[in-house]
Design a protein. Structure first.
Length: 124
């Protein structure tokens, strides 16, 4: 699987007046993947978009990738949107918690969406 296939836009939908875009991270999200991710995410992070980052397959993440996720969230917030880290894998969660970046990435699990449709269902 190529980087472009692994880091891809999965769906876009309208939900309650908000644009929701979903991107799936590859198993290894590091400095070598950031350029492709940035090219994909930059156009989506404007116009009030809620950018849902599916981190369920991540097994490794380096500092460059973590820093870029934080930058992407700030960019989304500057344009009236937000970034949500959706269903992070155990590895992703541990890496982000040890680096003190986990809570800053607005993590959401399926349990957090029990009373409403999840972003995955909305974007499908």
């Amino acid at each position: 699987m190529t980087t472009r296939e692994a880091v891809r836009r999965r769906a876009t939908a309208q939900s309650a007046g908000e644009r929701v875009s979903m991107v799936e991270l590859p198993q290894r999200f590091d400095v070598h993947e950031v350029a492709a991710f940035e090219a994909l995410v930059a156009p989506m992070s404007t116009g009030g978009t809620v950018l849902v980052i599916d981190a369920s397959q991540v097994r490794y993440m380096d500092r460059t990738a973590m820093d870029y996720l934080l930058q992407a969230r700030l960019r989304c917030m500057d344009h009236g949107g937000d970034l949500v880290l959706w269903a992070p894998s155990v590895a992703a969660r541990v890496i982000l918690e040890l680096s003190a970046r986990y809570e800053a990435l607005n993590p959401q699990d399926e349990d957090d969406w029990q009373d409403q449709a999840s972003p995955i269902e909305v974007a499908a």
